[in-house]
Design a protein around this ligand. Structure first.
Ligand SMILES: Cc1ncc(COP(=O)(O)O)c(C=O)c1O
Length: 396
């Protein structure tokens, strides 16, 4: 066999797979998952939308369409993006197979091997997995309870002339659950302009807010087309639809659509037609209200259990949206070891060890708790087990 391309050195399975496989045992209460709750999938409404797509609309919805996506869905989404404060016509938006494909295509468009990608510290593992084949170097930007720290971003940009792309998750971050302030959003876009880098604004949790409507997008501060805003139906309708979208400058959308044409031609016309029907026939905003209520209830339950059970030396920020909460243990606690040796085998509970979420310099004292799919009684029970396991782990 010939040697595989050098990019393949960066393509490997993640180390947490093995640990999460241990947690797959049904009597382990796992806070490891990041999947949305299947009870919230609007299956009946989607069935009606697919029936119409396969009935009177079949000639169109079973046919090829544009690489940018089905025109009527682009129009509907552009209208929603305008309502969310972005300047957006259908020419500024195209459909992709999940936010994950947006990460891939934006990486393909901009990155030469050795270019520097700036990420939050920590960041979404799938973002790194998506960009790795383009052989970038990563620099982590310090993050606190209010998102990426722009002063540190400036320092890192100054120190790295090959910086090309900032990858950020400003709303209800995965894994930390925190939200970037409006002031920081404005500053991050200004810094990107000053240092001539592009921004990938990955926002799949944006519509899962529990309190006030989310803060303005980074895209809304973009004056020269350097922000790629990515939204997704994965957490709001269903991830199996593999439907997400990118908002960007019209010329760049055309270029990205050429890359999409090269890789998979277009999203499924049928899925796009069904989603378009769903948006036309159903009250999507009422559906969003329902799922926000559902996840807010789980968040409240999780936080109440943490308050009641958890040792005071473990810190966390109450997330204002999304599906995750980040536990910060004292620095000398190695959560990989804690999970492997104590929590999973003895206390039958799991979360994702924090070390998996760093683009450089992993920290071992952190952990991600996902609360979307667990019933509330399992949440309380699971947190009690974490607290008991922690007390036992600390006392040896
Ligand atoms: C921050 C972030 N970006 C992207 C994705 C991928 O989403 P999609 O299903 O739209 O590809 C996820 C999924 O968990 C995510 O958490």
């Amino acid at each position: 066999m010939p040697q595989q391309a050098s990019r393949m050195q960066l393509v490997r399975p993640s180390a947490i797979r093995e640990l999460l496989a241990l947690a797959a045992d049904p009597d382990v209460i796992s806070f490891g998952g990041g999947y949305p709750d299947p009870d919230l999938f609007p299956a009946r409404e989607l069935a009606a939308a697919y029936a119409r797509a396969l009935g009177e609309q079949a000639a169109v919805s079973l046919q090829y369409t544009h690489s940018e996506g089905l025109p009527r869905l682009r129009e509907q989404l552009a209208e929603r993006m305008r309502a969310d404060g972005m300047e957006c016509g259908p020419e500024h938006l195209f459909l992709v197979q999940g936010a994950q494909q947006a990460i891939d295509l934006v990486g393909k468009m901009w990155l030469e091997p050795g270019d520097v990608v700036l990420t939050e510290e920590p960041t979404f593992l799938g973002g790194l997995v998506g960009l790795n084949p383009y052989e970038p170097e990563y620099r982590a930007v310090r993050t606190d309870d209010h998102g990426m720290d722009p002063d540190h971003l400036e320092e890192v940009l100054r120190a790295n002339p090959r910086a090309k792309l900032i990858y950020t998750i400003p709303d209800f971050h995965n894994p930390t659950g925190v939200t970037m302030t409006t002031e920081r959003r404005r500053r991050v876009v200004e810094l990107a302009r000053e240092h001539d880098v592009v921004i990938l604004e990955d926002a799949p949790y944006r519509e899962l807010y529990f309190g006030a409507a989310p803060l303005p997008t980074l895209k809304s501060f973009d004056t020269d087309g350097r922000v790629f805003h990515v939204g997704s139906f994965s957490k709001t309708l269903a991830p199996g639809l593999r439907t997400a979208w990118v908002v960007a400058d019209a010329e760049l959308i055309e270029r990205l659509a050429l890359l999409k044409l090269a890789s998979d031609t277009q999203n499924s016309t049928l899925n796009m037609a069904a989603i378009s029907n769903y948006l036309e026939e159903q009250d999507y905003d009422a559906h969003l209200d329902r799922i926000r209520d559902h996840y807010r209830g789980k968040r409240d339950h999780t936080v109440a259990a943490l308050r009641a059970e958890l040792s005071d030396d473990i810190r966390y920020v109450t997330p204002q949206g999304g599906l995750f909460l980040w536990l910060e243990f004292p620095e000398d606690v190695d959560t990989d070891r804690f999970l492997r040796e104590v929590l999973i085998p003895e206390y039958r509970v799991a979360f994702v060890p924090g070390s998996s979420f760093y683009s450089e310099n992993p920290r071992y004292s952190r952990g991600r708790l996902g609360f979307p799919t667990l019933p509330v009684d399992r949440i309380s029970q699971g947190i009690r087990r974490i607290a008991e396991g922690y007390n036992a782990f600390r006392s040896v």
